[in-house]
Design a protein around this ligand. Sequence first.
Ligand code: PAF
Length: 283
Amino acid sequence: MSRSPMIVRTLPALRRALDGFRARRVKTALVPTMGALHDGHVSLVRLAKRRARKVVVSIFVNPTQFAPTEDFGSYPRTWKADVARLAAEGVDLIWNPDVKTMYPAGFATRIVPGGPAMAELEDRFRPHFFAGVATVVGKLFTQVRPDFAIFGEKDFQQLQVVTRMAGDLDLGVKVLGSRTVRECDGLAMSSRNIYLTPAERQVAPVLYRAMKESATRLRAGDDIKAVLAGGAELITEAGFVLDYFEARHAESLAPIASVKDGPVRILVAARLGKTRLIDNLGV
Ligand code: PAF
């Protein structure tokens, strides 16, 4: 039977609720989200529940990680369905601050990450993105002070950035990555998939196919440049505008010349019509 999570919208109420958890000396896990929850988010919540007795999910569409030209205004907001999903998963608390609570008048401090945030992948195409993510996640970590925080591997560079930041700033949070959840045809689940037209939705799994075929060829010892060129061609021929299709070291995100320099991760970002999709796969 599902029970309703506590819904908290102010910092004093959040502190009171968390004091209650801490009085019971139980571990707490945080799953940061922007809502529009899908099965991928549910898998993050399930991992959180395996790690901690109390699970907090934040729902906050963070304006600072969107450029003015991006989809902050139209980002899907599905509050009622989100609460129902989280209740069904037995989440304890939903932290749902408004923009003024997160960024009060005069707010002037940003966390600007280096290292993995400068890998020339997402940062090259969305230069505003990681400072916005690091600042909001840094705030969520200090507000909730969880023992664990769970992020999806789908946003692979984000996972590296947040892990680095939590360590660098001694935030005392163990960041865990959770495997990407895919549709039956391989498309990675994403809140933005609803932007795809039915025709685009048919084409979208090409990203996964290109990564899978490339991973197979790399494992077989094919030349990395030729493999990546083949993957890129498959994607563009399907109608995408490609931002990048790259093989990188899975930990440092540094470019690699050979799979022997691995572990290797293939990372892709491409636009199909108005929708920008990202994905990645281990080799
Ligand atoms: O991955 C997301 O949904 C967001 O970037 C995050 C981590 C919740 C920060 O706003």
